[in-house]
Design a protein around this ligand. Sequence first.
Ligand code: NAD
Length: 346
Amino acid sequence: MALKIIEHKVENYEKVIEGIDEEIGLHCFIAVHNTTLGPAIGGLRIFPYSSTQKALEDVLFLAKAMTYKSAAILSGSGGGKSVIIADPKRKSPKLLHAFAEVVNSLKGSYVTAADVGTNTNDMLIIKEKTPYVCALPIKGGSGDPSIYTAFGVVKGMEAVAKFLWDSPSLENKTILIKGLGNVGSKLAEFLFWKRVNLIVCDIDQEKVELIIDQYGAKEVLESECYKTPCDIFAPCAIGRTINEQVASTLECQAIAGCANNQLATEEAGKILFQKKIVYAPDFIINAGGIINAALEVSKEGYNPIISRDKVITIYDILLNLFMKAKEINVPPEEIAMELVEQHLRK
Ligand code: NAD
């Protein structure tokens, strides 16, 4: 058989494997970080990493972040992730089928889904060779998670509003969305109906024009977006953008968006805290998608009503967290980490 699976021992990870099939051109990693609370669910990223080491670092980092997210929100899943080192334009059914065999070798401790460089159609191809795949656009499947993620962000913003302004209403608040992709564009639509003053930014001008036309949003250039005064800044593009300099520049009262790993450094979080900018920890506010996908894998099966109601709990979780953080005078992300550890210990 051409497929080789190599196991790597990595401290604090349950299992890390590397899959190589030279004939097909598959080179992948799957990291299972923690399955205390259920099977490790996490997307498959296809990306042309510049080195094997970079791919391994990314999969380890992302798998751990999935454990935090799933544990904080008690989605019933654990944390894992996978990456294929390749240009996503090069993906083929053969490549995805070979990857599915690597998933099968974990016997269900890891369940894959779409992520950067993959989509729900790719998941249908993977499904031809493995049952361990979710967020499928089929009967009984939970489909594209992004609308649940966007709705969860709205609930998180309402928790911010209640905490800061004593009412969950977002009416007449100015919200700047950076990144109008799957989640950001749906967030813009939800906020439009809540009578929010929208400011938007994306490197893709077509996406910006569409949101301006549909929802009367104002545009801001990427270079200006951190300096633009607003009530809530919503990072919805890529991660690790809020570094110390950005944190010092921001002129908002709160940060609440869907991007993963928003804080580039711990120091950036401390600056936000000193400036009294309320930060909604990313792995809680953006958990709507994992809540939705995890239900598909649960014994009870997928149910959109249960999913919606669980996403709504993001409001209470965040509001309690903000209040506790204020009471003991620490940044909210510290309380969020405590919550994760508490749930994992239980
Ligand atoms: P996406 O790829 O559909 O959208 C990202 C958008 O950001 C694109 O429109 C892109 O043009 C824009 N962008 C990229 N760099 C930018 C920059 N420098 N300035 C302004 N815009 C920029 O991705 P998505 O699915 O909407 O996810 C957005 C973020 O949320 C990602 O960090 C993702 O990991 C995270 N996330 C997504 C989900 C989900 O359900 N899709 C769930 C949890 C977390």
